[in-house]
Design a binder for this molecule. Structure first.
Ligand code: C2G
Length: 129
């Protein structure tokens, strides 16, 4: 079984998220999504509208997603890849190069972002700060 993993906040889920989840799943048979815990979002300088539990429940309802785990820090990726026996690590290309150190452990794939949509844009358009 070819296992894929990807990481993110996945707040206010939108088609950009769905597009990367769909393409990530197409690269294997089993997709794990590590979503940022609320405390880690604070470290990332992001404040999610939905809590970790809410974002986890939403992601678990998506047909492409097989498992959701918490992302608690920047340093857990090597351990995650080894622990979950990951074959492919996937991120949007806004992260190109940032995770090349994982090439020692698995395939690293950066996929083009979906243009014109982001959680930040949604908040701005809805006049949420
Ligand atoms: N994404 C995308 N197209 C968009 C918006 C997001 O392809 N229009 C992708 C991002 O490139 C990322 C994933 O969707 O791969 C999740 O995006 P975010 O929730 O913004 O995640 P981010 O804050 O980039 O966190 O350790 C990695 C971090 O947790 C990534």
């Amino acid at each position: 079984m070819k296992k894929v993993i990807t990481y993110g906040t996945f707040d206010l889920l939108h088609t950009g998220h769905i597009n990367i989840l769909r393409r990530a799943k197409e690269l294997g048979d089993y997709l794990i999504v590590a979503i940022s815990a609320d405390e880690f979002n604070a470290i990332k300088g992001k404040e999610a509208y939905y809590s970790f539990e809410q974002r986890k429940a939403i992601l678990e309802a998506i047909r492409y997603v097989d498992e959701v785990i918490p992302e608690r820090n920047w340093a857990q990726k090597v351990e995650d890849v080894q622990k979950h026996d990951i074959d492919v690590f996937v991120m949007g290309d806004d992260w190109t190069g940032k995770f090349d150190f994982l090439k020692e452990y698995c395939e690293v794939v950066y996929l083009p972002r979906t243009v014109g949509i982001s959680t930040t844009k949604i908040k701005k358009d809805l006049n949420m700060t």
